[in-house]
Design a protein around this ligand. Structure first.
Ligand code: ADP
Ligand code: 5GP
Length: 192
């Protein structure tokens, strides 16, 4: 069986990562599955346990850290942890699928350390900060406090964009999806 790849999408909250990933999962030629992260935050909006995230209590999250279950984990927002479960990624690679994940910038570099040349880091940029704020507000899933934290963190995250393997601006959604898919296809050529 040929080797499989791990694709990481990072970028500020609200920049469109989940929307882009949903579209990529519908492209059979990419043979990609989404690595569902664990988080200690409660579900937001229509989110369901085991679909967007594995929602763990803070105590359960800490127990899984102690047991070494994470490839990487970060306290992305004060008091809220997010992490990539090793079992989640490995089960998909072993089943012969490529894997895509949505992690913060530090998590992205830790995933690269774990998967090396089998991993490609992509950064999704918003067209500008005003559009980012509009999208977060239009998504209508965050409190004013949560919005403020996300916008504050966006500036910090964008500073890391130059360190990623590829950058894609999500202005027009179809165009951004096409660009990300083309980057993935280009990377996968090496695996055929
Ligand atoms: P992230 O996963 O990066 O936090 P989302 O995928 O949840 O971001 O997108 C945030 C909001 O912006 C959603 O309401 C989504 O429908 C919208 N959105 C995503 N991409 C675009 C785009 N290119 N143009 C307009 N709205 C977009
Ligand atoms: P949200 O609460 O908006 O779903 O996600 C907030 C942030 O957590 C996003 O920047 C997202 O990329 C990041 N994130 C989600 N899952 C993981 C993960 O498993 N590990 C790390 N390090 N960050 C994650």
């Amino acid at each position: 069986m040929s080797k499989k790849a791990v694709f990481v999408l990072s970028g500020p909250s609200g920049t469109g990562k989940s929307t882009i990933i949903r579209r990529l999962l519908e492209m059979p030629d990419l043979n990609i599955k989404f690595s569902i992260s664990a988080t200690s935050r409660p579900p937001r909006g229509e989110e369901k346990d085991g679909r967007e995230y594995h929602f763990l209590s803070p105590e359960e999250f800490d127990r899984r850290i102690a047991e070494g279950d994470f490839v990487e984990w970060e306290e992305v927002y004060s008091g809220t942890k997010y992490g990539t479960l090793r079992s989640e990624v490995d089960k998909m690679l072993e089943a012969g699928h490529n894997v895509i994940m949505d992690v913060d910038v530090k998590g992205a570099f830790n995933v690269k350390d774990a998967y090396g040349d089998d991993c490609l880091l992509m950064f999704i940029l918003p067209p500008d900060m005003e559009t980012l704020e509009q999208r977060l507000r239009a998504r209508n899933t965050d409190s004013e406090e949560s919005l403020r934290k996300r916008i504050e963190r966006a500036r910090y995250e964008i500073d890391f964009a130059p360190d990623f393997d590829r950058r894609v601006v999500n202005n027009d959604l179809d165009e951004a999806v096409a660009n990300v898919a083309a980057i993935i296809r280009g990377f996968l050529v090496c695996y055929e």
